[in-house]
Design a protein around this ligand. Structure first.
Ligand code: EPS
Length: 404
């Protein structure tokens, strides 16, 4: 079983993470982790903070000569902004001049946080609920992503809409119709979308989105959006229908929904499937050579909670950032008067970053079920187990049914 924990406040000294359960001898260099950290920082519409930080991880344990040891891996990302926050965030005594925050921002964790944890300063809620934490997740999940690459599993994403601006032709249809370029991989999607400041797949769409973001900025407002995350090369058989908590779709929904500001997750055609006839929704089973597969992929690569071998297609929706420069109404908890919500430095849009984080969380969920199925203390052992299963899969089906 793999697991990870993250620790760290948004304006604290650093973020840290401990990752456990990966086999030994997996090759991974710090450059790989930092590459994905940099991807998470990109995107038109981010705030000033991203100009301060250049997220780079340091490896504290678990990796020697660029190979995992099988022991817990710990990583640290220092917050450059810490220098400006020492007095406000010190673990030592509060100085009298450090202001307490008393006006909660609607849509943020401010009010629920002080209610639940009995705080007298909203800063205590802001810090850990901040999406800064997702930097540590991306670092941790890059181990999972690297691991999956060893088995030809590739993950990428693109932004479908920001502020309701959709593309003229939606690439998602190609995914559902199984009408994909010959050497299509999940990563090839990111190869294309990473070239765009808003992770859009075409220039016209990008321009329209940027105009919408400019409008939001001008109004002191924020935007959310939708994005797709796709994994290719996933073998048949990850996850199971035997229990509610072993289904791959449920696992993925949980991990993507856990990302700050994500309010909806669907697999395959999702909500649209509910409007169709069964004959328009399901994927006909066909023979390709002597392998069984599906004509289309409306199911998004999962049937009965188990991966089908077709691309895993996840769509998610992120709500607009909750910190507004032209704020909506709130209550000052000190005076108990109606006031404008507090302005804080923040992003206007973070949907492209959210897509990268979702890639990471999807990598984690797939690695979790992959390791559960194939096990192994070293990567060599995992590969042997994987090979034996995949090579015999079709032979077993043929043999079992020929006997009838
Ligand atoms: C965030 C507020 C902003 C974002 C932050 C998430 O930070 P700050 O308050 O320091 O300006 O930039 O995101 C990150 C720091 C990051 O690394 O993604 C929030 O309130 O959630």
């Amino acid at each position: 079983m793999i697991r990870f924990l993250t620790a760290g406040e948004s304006h604290g000294k650093a973020l840290t993470t401990i990752i456990e359960g990966f086999p030994s001898n997996l090759k991974i260099g710090i450059g790989y982790i930092n590459f994905h950290l940099k991807r998470r920082q990109a995107g038109y519409g981010r705030g000033l903070r991203m100009k301060i930080e250049t997220d780079t991880a340091g490896i504290l344990s678990g990796i020697r000569f660029q190979k995992t040891l099988g022991s817990p891996i710990s990583l640290m990302i220092k917050n450059k902004d810490w220098d400006n926050w020492v007095e406000k965030m010190t673990s030592d005594k509060r100085l009298a001049k450090v202001e307490k925050i008393t006006i909660p921002r609607p849509g943020h964790a401010d009010l629920v946080g002080i209610s639940k944890y009995n705080f007298d300063d909203i800063r205590n809620s802001i810090e850990r609920s901040s999406a800064r934490e997702t930097a540590a997740r991306v670092a941790a999940c890059s181990i999972a992503r690297r691991f999956l690459e060893e088995f030809g599993i590739s993950i990428g994403s693109f932004v479908e809409s920001i502020g309701g601006v959709y593309p003229k032709s939606n690439f998602a249809l190609n995914l559902f119709n199984n009408n994909l370029p010959k050497n299509f991989t999940g990563w090839s999607l990111s190869g294309q979308s990473d070239k765009s400041e808003v992770k859009a797949l075409d220039k016209e769409h990008e321009e329209k989105i940027i105009n919408k973001i400019k409008l939001a900025k001008k109004k002191g407002d924020t935007l959310g959006g939708t994005f797709y995350v796709v994994a290719t090369g996933v073998p048949v058989g990850l996850g199971s229908f035997v229990h509610y908590d072993t289904r791959l779709d449920a696992e993925i929904a949980r991990s993507v929904m856990s990302i700050n500001a994500v309010k909806a997750v669907s697999i395959g055609t999702g909500f649209e499937a509910a409007e169709k006839f069964g004959s328009e929704s399901h994927d006909e089973i066909i023979l390709k050579g002597n392998a069984l597969t599906r004509k289309t992929n409306r199911a998004g690569g999962i049937e009965g909670g188990i991966s089908t071998g077709l691309p895993i297609v996840v769509r998610a929706a992120m709500k607009p950032i909750a910190t507004l420069m032209s704020p909506i109404e709130s209550v000052d908890l000190h005076t108990m008067q109606h006031v404008d919500a507090r302005r804080e430095r923040s992003d206007f849009v973070a949907v492209p970053a959210c897509a990268v984080i979702a890639e990471s969380m999807l990598a984690w969920s797939l690695a979790k079920y992959f390791i559960e199925k194939f096990g192994g203390d070293s990567i060599e052992e995992t590969k042997d187990n994987y090979k034996s299963y995949t090579e015999k899969l079709n032979k077993r089906i043929n043999k079992n049914f020929k006997k009838l």
